[in-house]
Design a protein around this ligand. Structure first.
Ligand code: AMP
Length: 174
């Protein structure tokens, strides 16, 4: 299964969730067993045997890939969630959105010192979400081995915002 086939399956939805946004809909990849397996396998092959001890997955679409990847890598799974969703004591990081700001959180005991963490989300846009997540991992004692996405919108410069971290995305637009 080639990356091109996966890319073809990603559906463009114009003006969602608001006018001017071209939303990359991954549900056609998720619903097809061969495509879903191919997407997960890309990351499993990349990281197998490299000592990843935790996969941190970003709320909410990062969970869909991150949990399957963690299971296959025999790594632990750590959810990075929107503020107010995690029940135990949390670290929090706020970051700017186009309008206003958002806050992400992670449990203070999510990582052990020396944990090698793969950070996972579905899509890299401006990079603010992933940068706040990487900071949360470090504040909680983990070390970010790589930040991976299924899709990168390269024209938004997220990779530059994440300078200093290894970044990988198989499907790239522009
Ligand atoms: P950013 O912080 O700008 O990199 O935004 C990344 C987050 O927003 C990810 O969790 C994505 O799921 C979501 N996102 C941003 N832009 C899009 C888009 N065009 N299509 C789908 N999801 C998006």
């Amino acid at each position: 299964m080639s990356v091109r086939v996966l890319k073809t399956a990603v559906r463009d939805v114009p003006d969602f969730p608001k006018a001017g946004i071209l939303f990359k809909d991954i549900t056609p990849v998720l619903r097809d067993p061969k495509l879903f397996k191919a997407a997960v396998d890309i990351f499993v092959r990349r990281h197998k045997g490299k000592g990843i001890t935790r996969v941190a997955a970003i709320d909410a679409r990062g969970f869909l890939f991150g949990s399957a990847i963690a299971y296959r890598l025999k790594a632990g799974l750590v959810p990075i969630r929107k503020k107010g969703k995690l029940p135990y004591s949390c670290h929090e990081e706020s970051y700017d959105l186009e309008y206003g700001s958002a806050t992400l959180s992670v449990h203070t005991d999510a990582f052990s010192l020396g944990d090698k963490v793969l950070l996972m989300d579905d899509l890299l846009a401006t990079g603010g979400t992933a940068l706040a997540s990487a900071r949360l991992i470090e504040r909680a004692g983990g070390s970010v081995a790589e930040i991976d996405f299924l899709i990168e919108l390269a024209f938004l410069g997220g990779r530059q915002k994440l300078a200093g971290y290894p970044v990988y995305a198989p499907i790239v637009y522009g």
